[in-house]
Design a protein around this ligand. Structure first.
Ligand code: PHE
Length: 457
C-alpha cells in the first residue's frame, strides 16, 4: 500500500513545524484576541481551552493518524482505509470545500498584513494616534481595490511556495518562519508585562466573566478550536500522510496543539494590555490587531522596526497556514486526479483568488457586491464565509473524522498504528481515554452545540 515515491517530510521536527505552521496563523494572532474581546474574555477563554483539550486534541490525533495510515489526501483516505468506495468520503469532499472557502477570505486578511507592512515602511503609522489609526483601518477595510490587490499578491506567494513541493516548499518555509515568529512574540510579551494595564488584561483573559458568555459564544469557542488547530478539513490529515511511520505522531500532535494554544494566549496577553493602556475597548472587532499594535509601536524606542517585524510575522503566520489550506486541495488533485503539482496549484490559486474577490470587497460601501450580499442575517460575504466555514463546515468535518476513526476503523489496526513509534501511544490508559473521548464526548459535544445554535434545544 505504501507508495515509496510519495512526498514526505524530512523529519519529525519538520512535521511539527509544518503542522504548527498550519495551526498558528491569523486564527491565533488576529481572530482569537478579537473574538475573546467581543465575548467578554475569561469564560469564553475557558470554554475555548476545554474545547481544545477535550475535543480538538482527540480529533487532531485522529486526523493525523488517519492521514499516516492512509498515506493519501483527504478524499481518498476514507476509501483507502475501508478498501472500497464509501459514503464516508463525503467528509473529505466537505473538507476540500472548506479549504477553498477558508483560503478565499483568509488571503484577504493576510493581505492586510502586507498593507500594514507597507504603511510602516512609508512611516504612515509612526504618530500612533489611536483615532487616526482606527480611521486608517476603516479606510483600508472600505478600499476594495487595495484589498483585491493584496489578496492577489498573497495568493501568488502562497502558490509559488506550494508549487515547490512538500520538502522544499511547505517544510522549509515553516522551518524558517516559525522560530522567528515565536521569538518576536515572546519579546512583545516581555514588553507588555511592563505596562501598568497588564494586570487588568490578565484578569480580562483569565478571570471568570461569565455574564458576557452567550450560547452563540459557546458555538464560536468550539468553532474556533477547530479553526485554530486547522482541524476538520483534512489539513492535519494531509500533513499526517507525509509523516514517516517511525515518527511519534502522538507527541508531535500534542506539541502542535500546545504550541498553538500558547501562541493564542500570548497574543491576548500582548494585545489587551496595549488596548487598555491606550484607553480603547477590547471589543473593537476585526481591527484589533491592526489598530492597537501600531499604537504600542509608536511609543517604543525603535518602533518602526518593531512594527515592520510584527507585520512581517503576521504575514509569515498567515502564509504557513495558507500553504496548508492550498496543499489540502492541491493534494487531492495530485493524488487522485494525477495532476502535476504546478498545474494543480496554478489552477486552484486562480479559482480561489476569484472566489475571494467578494470578500475583498465586503467592507466597501453598499454599492459593492460583497458588501451587499446578506445570506445569513447581517453578515456580508466575508463574514458569511468565515461563519459557515469555522462554525459549521469544520465541526461537521471533525465529527466525520472522529466517527470514522472511533467507530469504523478496526481496533487492532487503529491501536497498532497509534502506538507505532510512540511510547505514549502504546500506553493503554492513554489510548483508551483518547478513544473514549473520540467515541462519546466529541460527537455529543459537537452535536449539542450545533443543535443549540440551530435553536433545536
Ligand atoms: N489554523 C489556521 C489559523 O489559526 C487557519 C486554518 C484553518 C488553516 C483550517 C488550515 C485549515 O490561522
Amino acid at each position: 500500500m505504501a507508495d515509496p515515491t510519495r512526498a514526505h517530510f524530512q523529519s519529525r521536527l519538520g512535521f511539527i513545524l509544518a503542522a504548527a505552521g498550519s495551526a498558528v496563523g491569523l486564527g491565533n494572532l488576529w481572530k482569537f484576541p478579537y473574538i475573546t474581546g467581543m465575548n467578554g474574555g475569561g469564560a469564553f477563554v475557558l470554554i475555548y481551552l476545554l474545547a481544545i483539550l477535550l475535543v480538538g486534541l482527540p480529533i487532531m490525533l485522529g486526523e493525523v493518524l488517519l492521514g499516516r495510515m492512509a498515506a493519501t489526501s483527504v478524499i481518498g483516505a476514507f476509501r483507502r482505509l475501508t478498501g472500497a468506495p464509501t459514503p464516508w468520503s463525503i467528509f473529505g469532499v466537505l473538507g476540500v470545500l472548506a479549504g477553498v472557502i477558508i483560503l478565499s477570505y483568509y488571503s484577504v486578511v493576510a493581505g492586510w498584513s502586507l498593507h500594514y507592512l507597507r504603511l510602516t515602511l512609508d512611516g504612515a503609522l509612526a504618530a500612533g494616534d489611536p483615532k487616526a489609526l482606527a480611521d486608517a483601518f476603516a479606510a483600508l477595510y472600505a478600499d476594495g481595490a487595495t484589498n483585491v490587490l493584496w489578496h492577489a499578491v498573497f495568493m501568488a506567494v502562497t502558490a509559488l511556495i506550494v508549487a515547490r513541493g512538500v520538502q522544499k516548499g511547505v517544510e522549509r518555509a515553516a522551518k524558517v518562519m516559525m522560530p522567528v515568529l515565536l521569538i518576536i512574540l515572546a519579546a512583545m510579551l516581555v514588553y507588555a508585562t511592563t505596562l501598568d494595564s497588564f494586570a487588568r488584561a490578565f484578569d480580562f483573559v483569565f478571570g471568570m466573566h461569565t455574564a458576557a458568555l452567550t450560547p452563540a459564544g459557546v458555538l464560536e469557542a468550539l468553532g474556533h478550536a477547530f479553526f485554530t488547530l486547522s482541524l476538520g478539513m483534512g489539513a492535519m490529515l494531509t500533513y499526517g500522510s507525509y509523516l514517516s511511520r517511525r515518527d511519534d505522531l502522538v507527541a508531535a500532535s500534542i506539541a502542535t496543539a500546545v504550541l498553538d494554544t500558547l501562541v493564542a494566549l500570548m497574543a491576548c496577553l500582548v494585545l489587551f494590555p496595549i488596548t487598555f493602556a491606550a484607553g480603547m475597548a477590547p471589543a473593537s472587532g476585526p481591527g484589533l490587531v491592526f489598530i492597537n499594535m501600531p499604537i504600542a509601536f509608536a511609543q517604543l524606542p525603535g518602533g518602526p522596526l518593531w512594527s515592520a517585524l510584527f507585520f512581517t510575522l503576521l504575514f509569515f503566520a498567515a502564509l504557513t497556514s495558507a500553504i496548508s489550506l492550498l496543499e489540502v486541495v492541491a493534494a487531492y488533485l495530485i493524488d487522485e486526479r494525477r495532476w502535476s503539482r504546478p498545474r494543480a496549484v496554478a489552477l486552484l490559486a486562480l479559482l480561489i483568488f476569484v472566489l475571494g474577490i467578494p470578500s475583498a470587497l465586503s467592507g466597501s460601501d453598499d454599492a459593492t457586491f460583497g458588501a451587499q450580499v446578506h445570506w445569513l442575517g447581517e453578515r456580508n460575504w466575508f463574514d458569511t464565509f468565515d461563519y459557515l466555514a469555522s462554525n459549521w463546515l469544520l465541526p461537521l468535518g471533525g465529527l466525520g473524522i472522529a466517527a470514522f476513526c472511533a467507530w469504523r476503523l478496526g481496533d487492532r489496526q487503529r491501536r497498532s498504528a497509534f502506538a507505532e513509534g510512540s511510547p505514549l501511544g502504546a500506553f493503554t490508559p492513554f489510548y483508551l481515554s483518547w478513544l473514549l473521548l473520540l467515541r462519546y464526548l466529541v460527537p455529543i459535544a459537537i452535536l449539542l452545540v450545533m443543535a443549540h445554535a440551530l435553536g433545536l434545544l
